[in-house]
Design a protein around this ligand. Structure first.
Ligand code: GCB
Length: 600
């Protein structure tokens, strides 16, 4: 899906700003009740999660439907255009109504969808947009919520008669099977996009490098009659190559390749023309491949220095904030990092566009987090998620396929691979084939494995890169780094035999900023530094460990619970992006590690 672009043939009207909003009280269940909305509506900001915008526990704890509405006056001068209403992300499911009529239902809270307004809403008229949003997570959503039982780190499952008896008094609530706050609402921008009625529908670009020469294969899908022209424009704005026709292969003379920062992330523009429409797609010429123990970018062995992140900030919740996106890129450079994983869902499109420009490498993750329900229930046989998971992968690849920053797909985070190993292998193995078949650039594919009995796990070893989250010294062998390093090495011996490259996609320790000790113990800043230093020294002895992604870039909000005081505190930075000691530690370490050839 193309990103909304303003150019000679297209215009975009932002519908961000104040919308009227109200929480359902359980009586309307996603249907539009105008009297109810009128009686209860308050103003709320879009884009942003609704949960932390009001000082009211009902917003924070809401379970179920909520309603947004605003008027849309479509300018009369757009009457000759194709008009599209675009939602960048509505979390998690929604129904869109225009002038009272249901025009779209969408499931999945982290990817864009569009509504063609032809026959629905015309130019020169005033219309009412209403969006019913459902924040419930369950065994049929991604991310997964527990249908019954406990939330992540909850404490309701005590075998205590009075606790059991009191459960009937529990409010209906979301029970996430994941460790981030279930922020919801119109988390990203809403826009009205106008383009010619005969238009460019999609552009696919596949760069390649052969004998030092750069090429880009392209295909353009269009609606209407006309011829396609593609001009390749360099950074100086000069056309350096061109082609005619809906698909083809273009040699780029004197091609500059896209390389991760601090090398040059050189970008070209593919200027596509068709009938009276045009579109500028930025792209980089780079290759990605896995060979033996190496992850090759442009044929050179790359070392991943970075983190798992979250889209999370005060007040906005998971709402997109461009200033945070820019600040985070700046901090990534400051830390000497070169990559991050979009844990645990696809991020806003602007972040990938920024990463392309700034040369930051991305492992792009779906929202499939928390597929598992203990040792009694096979989630792969009982959860109703397969079709939705495929839809999400299809939409993710369609959205992000042209980004040079995206070098690998992560199909999900921490599913059960231990209790039902054959089911897990079949599920993830077939999705692995599916993802490969969809990606025109055929990037490596993986999923991220949780700390479990790795000997039983049959799925992780089948991936292009083994990605594991391990908390030796924190959740296991807590505070004892000698024992933790010993255990880590036993496991690393196992993975070394498997023969694939390995990225430690999570490891970390909750740390309270300002809590200092002369004797490093858990939660202190000194412990966090010692923890990372000890574990990194073990990674440094292993050539097949091709990446270290501490958990997490910054502190982030979670559901309340006995393990979480003001959220998850494993950030190298605080939630407002101030460095803990460990950030200085990594800054020193990573600035000495080159992007390419480390350990080689
Ligand atoms: C994990 C999860 C991540 C959690 C983290 C933690 O393994 O992937 O979502 O936040 O552990 O801190 O417990």
């Amino acid at each position: 899906m193309l990103y909304p672009e303003v150019n000679a043939s297209r215009s975009v009207i932002s519908l961000d700003g104040l919308w009227r909003f109200c929480l359902d009280d359980g009586s309307n269940e996603g249907t539009i009740n105008n009297d109810f909305i009128k009686a209860n509506a308050e103003l709320i900001a879009v884009p942003a999660s609704y949960n932390d915008q009001k000082d009211d526990l009902r917003y924070r704890e809401h379970y179920g439907w909520a309603y947004y509405e605003r008027e849309l006056m479509i300018p009369a001068n757009l009457s000759d255009c194709r008009l599209v209403l675009r939602f960048d992300a509505v979390t998690h499911a929604c129904k869109v109504f225009i002038d009272g009529a249901l025009v779209k239902e969408h499931k999945g809270g982290f990817l864009p969808f569009e509504i063609d307004l032809d026959g629905i809403a015309g130019a020169g008229e005033r219309h009412l947009i209403q969006v019913a949003v459902d924040n419930r997570v369950s065994h049929s959503t991604l991310p997964v919520g527990n249908e019954e039982g406990t939330a992540f780190f909850g404490s309701d499952n005590a075998d205590v008669p009075s606790v059991e008896a009191a459960k009937v008094w529990r409010k209906k609530r979301n029970l996430p099977n994941f460790d981030f706050f279930n922020y919801a609402g119109l988390n990203r921008s809403v826009r009205l996009c106008a383009m010619p009625r005969e238009y460019i529908e999609d552009i696919t670009l596949v760069p390649s490098i052969e004998d030092g020469e750069g090429y880009v294969s392209y295909s353009v899908s269009t609606v209407g009659e006309g011829a396609v022209t593609v001009d390749i424009i360099d950074r100086e704005g000069c056309a350096v190559a061109s082609a005619q026709g809906a698909s083809g292969r273009i040699r780029i003379p004197g091609c500059h390749f896209w390389n991760p920062w601090p090398d040059d992330p050189y970008l070209y523009t593919a200027h596509v023309s068709f009938a009276s429409d045009c579109y500028d797609e930025r792209f980089g010429v780079r290759t990605v491949a896995v060979k033996g123990h190496d992850f090759l970018i442009n044929g050179k062995p790359f070392f991943f220095k970075g983190f798992g992140k979250h889209e999370d900030s005060a007040i906005h919740g998971r709402g997109f904030d461009l200033a945070y996106a820019v600040k985070d890129m700046s901090l990534i450079h400051w830390l000497g990092a070169n990559s991050f994983r979009t844990s645990h869902y696809p991020y806003a499109e602007e972040i990938y566009r920024l990463a392309d420009e700034e040369g930051v490498v991305i492992i792009d993750e779906t929202p499939a987090v928390g597929i598992g329900a203990g040792d009694k229930v096979d989630p792969y046989k009982t959860f109703d998620i397969r079709e939705h998971h495929e839809d999400v992968i299809r939409d993710l690849v369609a959205r992000d396929k042209n980004h040079p920053s995206v070098v690998m797909w992560s199909m999900g985070n921490e599913p059960d691979t231990e209790h039902f190993p054959e089911s897990a292998r079949d599920y993830w193995g077939s999705l692995y084939e599916f993802t490969h078949s969809l990606d025109p650039q055929d990037r490596p594919v993986t999923f991220v494995c949780c700390q479990n009995n790795y000997e039983k796990d049959l799925a992780t070893r089948e991936m292009d890169v083994v990605c594991i989250n391990r908390y030796y010294g924190w959740y296991n062998l807590s505070g004892d780094m000698d024992a933790a390093c010993h255990a880590l090495n036993i496991e690393l011996d196992f993975w070394q035999e498997v023969g694939k490259p390995l990225i430690m996609t999570e490891y970390g320790a909750d740390t309270l900023p300002g809590f200092h000790l002369t004797t490093p113990e858990m939660f202190s800043e000194e412990f966090q530094v010692m923890y990372y230093d000890r574990i990194n020294k073990e990674f440094d002895k292993r050539d097949f460990v091709i990446g270290e992604h501490p958990w997490n870039f910054a502190d982030f909000n979670t559901i309340q619970g006995v393990y979480r005081a003001d959220g998850n505190r494993k950030g190298l930075l605080t939630r407002d992006r101030r460095p803990k000691l460990a950030a200085h530690y990594f800054r020193e370490r990573w600035n000495k590690i080159a992007n390419f050839g480390y350990k080689r």
